[in-house]
Design a protein around this ligand. Structure first.
Ligand code: UDX
Length: 404
C-alpha cells in the first residue's frame, strides 16, 4: 500500500520507518527542507534507538519531500504534525494546515490523525476539508518508539470506515479499540494525564519519605507495584515529568475541560506537584553545597529522560538554569546530547565531567551513569532519579530517602 506521512519528527519518522519495514511504500512530507535534505542523504535527523537501521534498510521504499504533491497516489495519509499548547490551550493550526494541504493534492485518500488533538478536532477538520478522518493516537515513548510502534499495548482507531487503519496496523496483532473520533481523541489525553498523575503521586510520597527516618520511596513504590491494580510502572519518583507530551497534554486537557465547565482537580494538582520538583531538588543541592563551600557541579543527563536527545520540557535543563542562576559553575554530560548550552560546557565523557566537579547531580536514568559507583567518590552525589546504589558513596542523597 502507498501510505503518506506528514510531519517527520519523532512520531512521524518512526511511523514511516515501521510501516516501510512492513513493506508499505512511504511518501514522507515535512515543511523543514533541511530535515528532508538530511533524510534524502541517508542521515537521521534525530536520536531514536534503532531508527537509523530501519531507515537504511527500507530506503528504497521511502520518498521524502517538502512538497505535498508526492502524496498524490496515497490511499492513507498519517498526520503527525505538532499540536503545541499556547497559554494552556491547544493550538491545532499545524494539524489543520496539514489536512487542508493533503486534501488539496489528494481528495481520494483517508486522513489518519496521529497528532494529539482535543475531542472534536477530527470532526471539525472533516467539516472543513470534506475528507474522511480517522483518529489514531500514538502511545509511543521516545527511546522505545520503534518497539512501541511494532507492538503497542493497544491500537485505538476512531471514526467511520476505519478498515484501512485496521489493515495498516494488523501486523501488530495488538488489541484494537474501535470507537468514535471523540473517544479516540480523549483516550490519548486521559492516558497521558493518568500516567502523569501516577508520577506526581509517587513524587508526593517521596516528599513524605524524606521526612520519615527509615523510609525510602523506592521500597514503598515496589511494595505498591506488586498490587496488580496499581502496577509498578510510572511509579518512579524523581525530578518530575518532562518531554513533548505530558506537560503540554495535561495543560491542554485542563483548559479544554474548563471551557466545557468541568474542573479536573486531580490533573490540576498533578501539574502543580510537577512544577515544584525542580525547586525542591535545587533547595536540597544548594543547602548541601553551601554547607560544604562547593561551587562546581556536574549534571549527568540533560535531555528530558534517558535514551533521547530531546530537550523539550526537560526538568534537567530547568535544574541547570536554576543552579546557574544561583551562581554555580556547571558542566554537563549526556550520552545523546552533545551541543553546548549557554554558560554550560558539555563534557565528552562521564569521567572528565566527574573529575572536574566538586559535586555530582544525576538528572536522567541512563544505565551508564552507574559507572560512577565504581569511582570511589567522596564528593557529594545527588541522585535525583534514584538509579544509583547509595552504599557506593560516602556522601549520597537520593530523592525520597530520609537524610538528617
Ligand atoms: C509519553 C507517553 O508515555 C507516551 O505514551 C505518549 O505518546 C508521549 O508521552 P515520552 O514523552 O516519550 O512518552 O516519555 P515517558 O517515558 O512517558 O516519560 C515522560 C516523563 O516522565 C519523563 O520525563 C520521565 O523521566 C518521567 N517519568 C516517567 C518519571 O519521572 N517517573 C516514571 O515512573 C516514569
Amino acid at each position: 500500500m502507498k501510505i503518506g506521512v506528514v510531519g517527520l519528527g519523532y512520531v512521524g519518522l518512526v511511523t514511516a520507518s515501521v510501516l516501510a519495514d512492513h513493506k508499505n511504500e512511504i511518501a514522507g512530507v515535512d515543511i523543514d527542507n533541511r530535515r528532508i535534505e538530511k533524510l534524502k542523504a541517508g542521515t537521521v535527523p534525530l536520536f531514536e534507538p534503532h531508527l537509523s537501521d530501519y531507515l537504511s534498510r527500507n530506503g528504497d521504499l521511502m520518498t521524502f519531500s517538502d512538497n505535498y504533491q508526492i502524496l498524490e497516489n496515497c490511499r492513507a495519509v498519517f498526520v503527525c504534525t505538532p499540536s503545541p499548547t499556547m497559554n494552556g490551550r491547544i493550538d491545532t493550526r499545524y494539524v489543520e494546515e496539514s489536512c487542508a494541504n493533503i486534501a488539496r493534492v489528494n481528495d481520494n485518500c483517508t486522513i489518519i490523525i496521529k497528532s494529539t488533538v482535543v475531542p472534536g478536532t477530527a470532526k471539525m477538520i472533516k467539516r472543513n476539508t470534506g475528507m474522511p478522518i480517522i483518529s489514531n493516537p500514538e502511545f509511543t515513548r521516545e527511546g522505545s518508539a520503534i518497539s512501541d510502534t511494532e507492538k503497542p499495548d493497544r491500537v485505538v482507531i476512531g471514526g467511520e470506515n476505519t478498515e484501512i487503519a485496521e489493515k495498516i496496523w494488523q501486523f501488530t496483532r495488538s488489541p484494537v479499540v474501535k470507537t468514535t473520533n471523540e473517544n479516540a481523541e480523549l483516550i490519548k489525553y486521559a492516558s497521558n494525564a493518568f500516567l502523569a498523575t501516577k508520577i506526581s503521586f509517587i513524587n508526593e510520597i517521596a516528599n513524605l519519605c524524606e521526612r520519615i527516618p527509615g523510609a525510602d520511596v523506592e521500597t514503598v513504590s515496589k511494595g505498591m507495584g506488586y498490587d496488580r491494580r496499581i502496577a509498578p510502572y510510572f511509579l518512579k519518583a524523581g525530578l518530575g515529568y518532562g518531554g513533548s507530551c505530558f506537560p503540554k497534554d495535561t495543560e491542554a486537557l485542563v483548559t479544554y475541560a474548563r471551557e466545557l465547565g468541568v474542573s479536573l482537580l486531580l490533573v490540576e494538582a498533578t501539574i502543580s506537584v510537577n512544577a515544584k520538583r525542580v525547586r525542591h531538588a535545587v533547595e536540597i543541592i544548594d543547602l548541601a553545597m553551601r554547607k560544604r563551600s562547593l561551587l562546581k557541579v556536574c549534571v549527568l543527563g540533560i535531555a528530558f529522560k534517558n535514551n533521547t536527545d530531546d530537550l523539550r520540557e526537560s526538568r534537567a535543563l530547568d535544574l541547570v538554569r536554576e543552579l546557574s542562576r544561583l551562581g554555580y559553575e556547571i558542566r554537563i554530560y549526556d550520552p545523546a546530547f552533545s551541543g553546548n548550552l549557554i554558560n554550560v560546557e558539555a563534557c565528552e565523557s562521564i569521567e572528565k565531567c566527574v573529575e572536574w566537579a566538586e559535586a555530582i547531580v544525576v538528572a536522567a536514568e541512563w544505565n551508564q551513569f552507574r559507572l560512577i559507583e565504581k569511582m570511589q567518590l567522596s564528593k557529594p552525589v545527588f541522585d535525583l532519579r534514584r538509579i544509583l546504589d547509595g552504599a557506593s558513596f560516602t556522601d549520597y542523597w537520593g530523592t525520597g530517602i530520609w537524610k538528617e
